[in-house]
Design a protein around this ligand. Structure first.
Ligand code: ADP
Ligand code: ADP
Length: 223
């Protein structure tokens, strides 16, 4: 359970990105729906402890994430909106490298773990291909594989489907739904359909504020 209380954030240039945000998010798929500039990325980055809030608190399973960010990062999988890849490195090499850093020392164990991840995101067939030659959808799925190393319990995915074709989007969505069975998954998006089709709970977010929170069916009927 992720519990966000009275969260505020104003950037040095005076932009108030988070305005008294309160959210309770339990296991499953949660959709954060809002237009560009609403503050979604700011909220995602703050939950991921990549930036501090000015005031308020965030607890994950009762643990204050600002007090012990290293504890949160152990259970966090974060897929930012724009993430860079090394174009001349294969998916397999990259995942292997990260798995090593994350502490899977035994090389045959690591190999099996990476193969399993590649299968999960449907990239096993393309594991030797350089990341620079991946399509947009393949790249997103690689991003998810990267975020899943270490079996996170809190998965944050920021505006993931921009530039994906319908088939790729579908695949990506199926993958996210599976993850929601065992973790808190937060999907930030400006696409109403994505939230309605995928999420068990949602919030409508604008100008740094939560306008409403509830079940997608109930909320979208009143949109
Ligand atoms: P969204 O993800 O919903 O598009 P953002 O969190 O990126 O929203 O942005 C919210 C507001 O904060 C916007 O007005 C944006 O221009 C501003 N903003 C975002 N990041 C920064 C930053 N690092 N410094 C100053 N302003 C920022
Ligand atoms: P997004 O809105 O796509 O999530 P960002 O959060 O990076 O992406 O940026 C959102 C907006 O905030 C953009 O319009 C960007 O120009 C502005 N922004 C981002 N970083 C800064 C910054 N350090 N200072 C001022 N504005 C920023």
């Amino acid at each position: 359970m992720l519990s966000i209380k009275d969260l505020n954030k104003t950037y040095p240039n005076g932009t108030k990105a988070l305005n008294n945000v309160n959210l309770e998010i339990s296991k499953g798929m949660f959709g954060l729906l809002g237009p560009n500039g609403a503050g979604k990325s700011s909220l995602m980055r703050t939950i991921a402890t990549l930036q501090l809030a000015d005031s308020g608190s965030i607890e994950f399973n009762g643990v204050d994430v600002f007090k012990t960010p290293e504890e949160l990062r152990k259970v966090l999988g974060y897929l930012p909106q724009d993430f860079g890849v090394y174009p001349k490195v294969s998916a397999e090499m990259m995942l292997n490298h990260i798995a090593k850093i994350k502490g899977i020392q035994n090389s045959s164990e690591r190999k099996a773990y990476v193969a399993d991840l590649l299968n999960k995101v449907n990239l096993y067939k393309f594991r030797k291909r350089n990341l620079g030659d991946y399509s947009g959808g393949m790249r997103q799925r690689f991003g998810i594989a990267q975020a899943l190393i270490g079996n996170p319990k809190l998965i944050i995915v920021d505006e993931p489907t921009a530039g994906l074709d319908p088939l790729e989007r579908n695949r990506f969505h199926n993958l996210l739904s599976e993850l929601g069975e065992d973790a808190v998954v937060i999907l930030s998006t400006h696409i109403v359909d994505d939230v309605v089709n995928l999420c068990t709970n949602m919030a409508v977010f604008n100008e740094g504020q939560v306008l409403v929170q509830g079940h997608p069916m109930e909320l979208t009927n009143s949109l």
